[in-house]
Design a protein around this ligand. Structure first.
Ligand code: KG4
Ligand code: ZN
Length: 346
């Protein structure tokens, strides 16, 4: 069974083809991605209308590229999956519209997927796939959540951010330091040359006793430091980056370990764009090794948004019986869509 996956929830157009057999995990046949980062850079953030228009321009050429790379034709596709939410409404509508139009034209069923489930299951595309059950740390630009995952479609939310997401904390802090958009990778790069203990920054909710996060106060603390430094900021940017990154990483690591301990589990899956952060990977690796915990990541290029995770999650949902694909081509999108809602559905 060949599943085409289309991702268009934010600023990346991703298309991929995954093949599922009777046994074993589905495998990635080909994928293609166009990042809109350069286009949005001039505005310091994602401009939703521009994002939608660019998805329209990219999605069909990317689909053709994926088919060519996989040596397949449109007619060989069995199921078409697309990101139904959460994300930017107009951007989501492009992927949903194209997927349903392709489905109708080819007489193939379609499947609307949850973006975060895509991130969550993306490590199954890697060379070191996890097995259930595990704790998942989902860290993206819009979400920071700890989940207990007992199987495909069986997700229990253990804790989440009460304000900014971890990716937002990276991005907003970077913006305050004049590092542009998206700030996360830029801040991480500069942090390599900085001293993580140079500035004392807050670790909100570190000792709250629950698994919730809060990053809004950190951004304010970074702003206060930046203002205090004034003209001296430039010389200390690397130190402030390293200190900011250390504060975010510290909280993510400690809460992940607390979630594992609370659930009595020894497996952690890290997914979402911030999962590409090397300092986070190193700190999680150390903490996990001390506790005999195994940490699984998606391949580095599949940490940020992509079509492969959507095709993979669709293939796994179909294989598990959690969902069937539909030949109804009327579509809607869900810009806001809690992942926990997936669990309650049959
Ligand atoms: O999962 P993703 O691609 O998109 C969303 O669904 O949000 O995550 C994007 C987020 C952005 O906030 C970006 O700054 C952050 O992931 N990010 C990073 C790194 N790479 C991406 N943050 C820190 N370090 C990185 N290396
Ligand atoms: Zn994402």
């Amino acid at each position: 069974m060949l599943v085409l996956g289309i991702e268009s929830s934010c600023d990346e157009t991703g298309v991929a083809l995954v093949e599922a057999g009777d046994q074993g995990l589905p495998v990635l046949r080909a994928d293609a991605l166009h990042s809109q980062i350069e286009m949005h850079q001039a505005y310091g953030g994602v401009v939703p209308e521009l994002a939608s228009r660019d998805h329209i321009r990219r999605v069909l050429p990317l689909t053709e590229a994926v088919l060519a790379r996989a040596g397949t034709r449109l007619a060989d596709i069995d199921v078409i999956a697309y990101t139904r939410g959460p994300g930017l409404a107009g951007a989501l509508l492009v992927g949903a519209g194209v997927a349903c139009a392709l489905g109708a034209a080819l007489d193939r069923p379609v499947l609307g997927m949850h973006h975060l489930e895509g991130h969550l299951l993306s490590p199954f595309l890697g060379s070191d796939p996890p097995s259930f059950p595990f704790i998942a740390l989902l860290v993206s630009g819009g979400h920071t959540q700890l989940m207990r995952v007992d199987g495909v479609g069986r997700y229990e939310l253990l804790g989440e951010t009460i304000d900014d997401a971890a990716g937002e904390a990276f991005d907003k802090s970077a913006k305050l330091m004049g590092l542009g958009y998206p700030g996360g990778p830029a801040l991480a790069r500069l942090a390599e040359a900085g001293d993580p203990t140079a500035f004392k920054l807050p670790r909100p909710l570190l000792h709250s006793g629950d698994l919730d996060f809060s990053f809004a106060g950190l951004k304010t603390a970074v702003l206060t430091q930046a203002k205090k430094l004034g003209a001296g900021l430039e010389a200390r940017t690397a130190d402030l980056c390293a200190s900011t990154q250390a504060a975010i990483v510290d909280v993510l690591v400690r809460k992940s370990m607390a979630a594992l301990e609370g659930a009595g589990l020894q497996r952690l899956v890290v997914a979402g764009g911030v999962g590409a952060n090397q300092a986070l990977r190193a700190a999680l690796g150390e903490a996990a090794a001390r506790r005999g915990v195994r940490v699984h990541y998606p391949e580095l290029h599949l940490c940020t948004d992509n079509g492969a995770m959507i095709a993979m999650a669709a293939a796994m949902r179909l294989a598990s019986g959690a969902q069937t694909a539909s030949r109804s081509y009327a579509f809607d999108v869900k810009p806001r869509w809690p992942l926990a809602e997936l669990t309650s559905r049959p």
